[in-house]
Design a protein around this ligand. Sequence first.
Ligand SMILES: *[C@@H]1O[C@H](CO)[C@@H](O)[C@H](O)[C@H]1NC(C)=O
Ligand SMILES: *[C@@H]1O[C@H](CO)[C@@H](O)[C@H](O)[C@H]1NC(C)=O
Length: 135
Amino acid sequence: MRFLTLLSTVAAAATFGFAAAQEAARFGSVSVSPCPFTGGQDVTITYNATTAASAGHQPEFVDFFIQGTFADTGNPTPQILLQRNDFGADQVILTSDITIPEAINNLGASNWNVLASITFEQDGLNLTGGIFSSC
Ligand SMILES: *[C@@H]1O[C@H](CO)[C@@H](O)[C@H](O)[C@H]1NC(C)=O
Ligand SMILES: *[C@@H]1O[C@H](CO)[C@@H](O)[C@H](O)[C@H]1NC(C)=O
């Protein structure tokens, strides 16, 4: 029941489909407000580790990136690091007020989204996985 709810929420919110729903189930969720945003804007980014923790992927670190789409080629831009964060063993929510760098307005790109990349320990290894926001 809970899985179906998550799946339909993600499917309704975005064009990502099943793969994104799987990522959300494993790596948590991230949202950004306002959305969409451009360079120079103040935004609030919220990462929620609930589903990641349930899957045994409690983050040690949560890194926020942004990624857009180049207007001329339609290719994705590089991932631009905004902020690295430690994440507590019992922490669930991370909220961060960030000013988006003005310089992204010079890249000829739009459709910016936030990527939360998490690092977690499993089987004695440090693994990473990521989840995108969607407007
Ligand atoms: C975090 O995500 C869980 C699972 O989707 C949800 O039940 C909970 O309300 C969320 N917490 C916040 C503060 O958004
Ligand atoms: C995982 O990362 C943490 C923090 O950097 C480090 O202390 C630990 O040794 C790493 N574990 C492995 C297996 O690399």
